[in-house]
Structures are given as structure tokens and as C-alpha cells.
Design a protein around this ligand. Structure first.
Ligand SMILES: [Zn+2]
Length: 432
């Protein structure tokens, strides 16, 4: 505990209600786990997203983090937690909690107004200053990130979005976190950190299939880098999320075989093939069976798998109608985009989100797609389709300022255009 705590601060601390304070800090009710007088949350100090290691004692009005390496491990009074979280002096806590107006409000309003007038460079220092005053304001952080992007400062934009996603994640704002990671995927499609975080987030949301899709990126990258042990761990995580997903076992097989564990690798391929067959995806099942037979040509069970795969019928398109509608809507939209590109004047109209094929954002996105193989392009495309409705919902739900929404939308469009162009250049004609 801090010796510099004045009597007044101790008094303030005694009056505080821990639950109220945590809400004031932005924790959602879902993010708080209460057991009698103890509340547990993800620690915002060391940004833990795995276990809720920060403990708030409602009776003693104290906190501590269970993680020994964390700065908050030694703990202290609730006023100290708040000051540390908000990055303010202890003497500012009362004003910050009970003061009438947020000190950063005026700066943000001014910045918004300047951006509306197109004075982006003038708005930048105001938003930076506002964030310095209230570093926990995720809304301001996202605005700053969008402004960085618009000014061509991509790395800084990515960095701020990352931080905002982490902060939202700790607070339990999962949909908002997801919205930001979706932007990050567009900005940095091969960044393993983004895919890994996204996988973890999807599993928190109970969307195992999406989580597995994201983990595949991580495993493939680890495989490329020859980090076999780590790749194996990720595979096991993938399989734990959904043991019936055939492609997870297929990737595991790749890792096992590369590690020299041939028998286990072939067994994983066989399991994968059987799972594909169960789903009546015969083409995939056949492919896997053939691959396994290359290693063990005389295996009767593999030959049987191959025979069953060849004898069975491919299933009717397994997609449900909702999914198909989503695909169709997305395809229409992309087509519209392409048409508008070919006729669009090269001059930027300030109020539309039309962008040309040679727009710097398109070129930037194309650069970031370089080297992605077909398998991963399919995965990206699927993700974009899934994101499409989310983008519309979260971004158009009034959460973002108009100018901010425009920046995000334009980047999204630029990415879609870049992806289409890249596909054409690579001769990938599959309609996915
Ligand atoms: Zn901690």
C-alpha cells in the first residue's frame, strides 16, 4: 500500500462501492465474476485475457492481481486501482470520478468538427492530446486510429486499433473487440497475432468454427517457420475446440509428418477422411485418402476409405439458405464495386465512398496480400463474407462518427477490390 495516501483519499476509498467503480471503469456485467465479497475480472494492468486474475475485495475495498509478474500484484486500495487504470494522479481521482465534465470532451468535439471540415492534420494533435488525458477512452482511441489510417500512417493506426481491441476485450465488450479485429484483418491480413486473438475471441463467443478457421492461419505460419512444437500445440487447441472438424486433423497430420511422426500423421489423415465422409464431402475425403496412401500404400483401412469416398455421393450444397443469401448479397456488392470502379472518375468525391482501382489504399491492401496462397485466400474470402453483415451492423449502429465510418468502409472496400484484383492476377478463378 502506498504511504503517500492522504487521509482524504482513504476516506474517499472507504466511500467507494467496488462494483460501481468497476462499471465506471467500463467493465460490463458479463466481464465480472462475483463470489460473495470478491469480484474477479480480467486484469487491465497486465491485460490478461485468459484468466480473471484481478481480484477486487468489496468489503476491504482493496484489489490485487494474482499474477506475480504483474505491476498490480502487490495490490492496494480501490482509489489506487482507479488512478493506475486511468493513468492519472491519485489527487485527480475524486474530480475524475465525480467531476461534472470529462476533461477531454471539448478536445474531441473540436477534433470532430475539424475533421468534418477536412482539416485532418489540425485535428490530429487534438485527438492525441485527448487520449493522453483519458488513455482508457477506447472510443477516442478508435477515432485516432482511423485518422492515422486516413493520413497514411498505417502502422500507427494498427497499433492504436490493437490497443483498443485489447482494452475492450478486458472489459468484456466482445462485439466491439470483434469489430476492431475485423478492421485489423483488413489492415494486416497475414499478421498471426491478429488471427490468434481473433481465434481466442471467437472461442469466447462460442463460435468454434470461426475460431478454428483463424487458428489454421497460425498453424500454417508456424509450419512455414518450422516451429513444429508450437504448431502442434495450436493444432491440439483447434481440435479441442471442435473435434469433428476434419480440416483440423488434416493440418495436424501435416505437422506430425513434418516432425517425422509418420504413423500418427497417417492416423490423423485417416480420421480426417472419415470426418469428411460423415459430412458427405467426398472430394475432400478422397484427396485425404490418396495422400495417406502415398505413405502406406497397402493399408486396408485406407483403401477402404478411398473406396467409400469414391462410392459415395457428394452432398447437396450443405449451406443453409441464410448463408447462401449472405454470399449472394456479398457477391452483388463486389460486382457493384467493380462496375463503379470502371466508371468512377479519378477525382475523389468527398461524400461518397467510391474509390478507384489505383487508390493508394487498394495498392496498400494489395501489397499486404502478397504471397497468400489459394487456401488462405478462400479463408479470407469466407471471413469477409461473414464480416459483411457485422460490418454493416456494428459500424452502422451509430457507434462511430460519420467520418470514422467512412474511413473504415473505404478501407473495407479497398480491401475487397484488392482481393479481387489479386485473385485475377494469380489466375484464381474459382468462385470460392
Ligand atoms: Zn495483473
Amino acid at each position: 500500500m502506498n504511504d503517500s495516501l492522504t487521509e482524504e483519499l482513504r476516506q474517499l476509498n472507504a466511500e467507494l462501492d467496488g462494483l460501481w467503480l468497476l462499471r465506471k471503469m467500463g467493465f460490463t456485467d458479463e466481464a465480472m465474476y462475483q463470489e460473495e465479497n470478491i469480484i474477479r475480472v480480467f486484469c487491465p494492468i497486465h491485460k490478461d485475457l485468459v484468466r480473471k486474475s484481478l481480484i477486487v475485495d468489496l468489503e476491504k475495498k482493496e484489489f490485487s492481481c494474482q499474477y506475480a509478474q504483474c505491476d498490480a500484484h502487490a495490490g492496494g486500495l480501490l482509489v489506487e486501482l482507479y488512478a493506475r487504470f486511468m493513468d492519472i494522479e491519485l489527487g485527480q481521482v475524486r474530480e475524475h470520478l465525480f467531476g461534472e465534465e470529462a476533461p477531454d470532451k471539448e478536445l474531441i468535439q473540436k477534433a470532430d468538427a475539424l475533421i468534418q471540415e477536412g482539416k485532418l492534420y489540425e485535428a490530429l494533435p487534438l485527438l492525441e492530446k485527448a487520449l493522453k488525458i483519458s488513455p482508457r477512452n477506447c472510443i477516442t482511441r478508435c477515432k485516432l486510429a482511423a485518422l492515422y489510417l486516413e493520413l497514411g500512417k498505417r502502422q500507427q493506426g494498427i497499433q492504436e486499433y490493437f490497443r483498443a481491441a485489447e482494452d475492450y476485450g478486458v472489459l468484456g465488450e466482445l462485439q466491439k473487440t470483434l469489430g476492431i479485429y475485423n478492421i485489423l484483418i483488413i489492415l494486416s491480413p497475414v499478421d498471426i497475432k491478429v488471427h490468434k486473438r481473433l481465434a481466442y475471441l471467437y472461442s469466447r463467443l462460442g463460435e468454434c468454427h470461426e475460431a478454428v478457421e483463424q487458428l489454421k492461419w497460425v498453424v500454417n505460419k508456424l509450419l512455414q517457420d518450422n516451429q513444429l512444437k508450437k504448431a502442434m500445440e495450436e493444432c491440439q487447441e483447434m481440435i479441442a475446440l471442435d473435434p469433428t472438424e476434419p480440416s483440423s486433423h488434416q493440418i495436424l497430420a501435416r505437422v506430425l509428418i513434418k516432425s517425422g511422426q509418420m504413423v500418427e500423421g497417417v492416423a490423423a489423415l485417416e480420421l480426417s477422411g472419415n470426418l469428411y465422409l460423415k459430412r458427405r464431402e467426398k472430394t475432400e475425403a478422397e484427396k485425404v485418402a490418396r495422400e495417406a496412401l502415398r505413405y502406406v500404400p497397402n493399408s486396408p483401412t485406407l483403401q477402404d476409405l478411398l473406396a467409400r469416398a469414391r462410392a459415395s455421393e457428394e452432398s447437396e450444397i450443405a449451406k443453409d439458405s441464410a448463408e447462401m443469401a449472405k454470399e449472394a448479397e456479398f457477391a452483388d456488392w463486389v460486382k457493384d464495386l467493380e462496375e463503379s470502379i470502371s466508371v468512377a472518375a479519378p477525382v475523389q468525391k468527398p461524400d461518397t465512398t467510391e474509390i478507384s482501382a489505383t487508390d493508394r489504399r487498394v495498392l496498400l491492401c494489395k501489397k499486404s496480400l502478397k504471397g497468400i496462397d489459394k487456401e488462405h485466400l478462400v479463408s479470407l474470402h469466407k471471413h469477409l463474407v461473414n464480416m459483411f453483415s457485422e460490418v454493416k451492423q456494428t459500424y452502422e449502429g451509430g457507434l462511430l462518427e460519420k467520418w470514422e465510418l467512412k474511413i473504415v468502409k473505404e478501407f473495407y472496400k479497398a480491401f475487397c477490390i484488392a482481393l479481387e484484383q489479386y485473385k485475377k492476377e494469380q489466375g484464381i478463378t474459382t468462385n470460392f
